[in-house]
Unconditional design. Sequence first.
Length: 214
Amino acid sequence: MDVLTQNFSLYGDGFLGTVELTVYASVLALVLGFLMASFRVAPVGSFRVFGTVWVAILRNTPLTLLFFAVLLGLPRFGLVLPFKVFAVLALGCYTSAFICEALRSGINTVPKGQGEAARSLGMTFGQTLSTVVLPQAFRSVIPPIGSTIIALAKNSAIAGAFSVTELLGTYKTLNELGYSIIWTFVWIAVGYLIITLTISALFNVLEKRYGVAR
């Protein structure tokens, strides 16, 4: 317990840093994921191509490489932002590709007749997607989206290698102070467990309330 009690503020800062990264990146990933899923089923060919390329590149690029590209590459083009913002961009964009594919699979479960009925009533593609298709698609993909957000929370550990305050990065300081590396990682694991179980509980509530009954 000494590792935790004597360094509670350090653990606390790391824990809050991971929570912030997870929350901000999750919001960005959900927004981009919904947008890219819309592009992938859009009637405009250029939109479909853009969505397909977005998913193909991000889903097949190692996250660490994406961090290097964002945190070290963008400043070379004059875009200078705090490293935490760059980390949120990297995590959010990367995860959006998986959100997009999960949501697209949900869109495919919605009967085509519903979209055709909406269009016969004079609704545009955007209105059909936002009011008829996406609400139903989201209900069927709550569990996989929850799993993706949990993976995002754990992937945020990479940000510590780029001078961003997060939970895993606390081990460096504690190791330099001479604390047991085993107990250092035990409490780090507990912190991640709290975060992931909280996310799991939230999506369980969403699934029970809005999910499709099987």
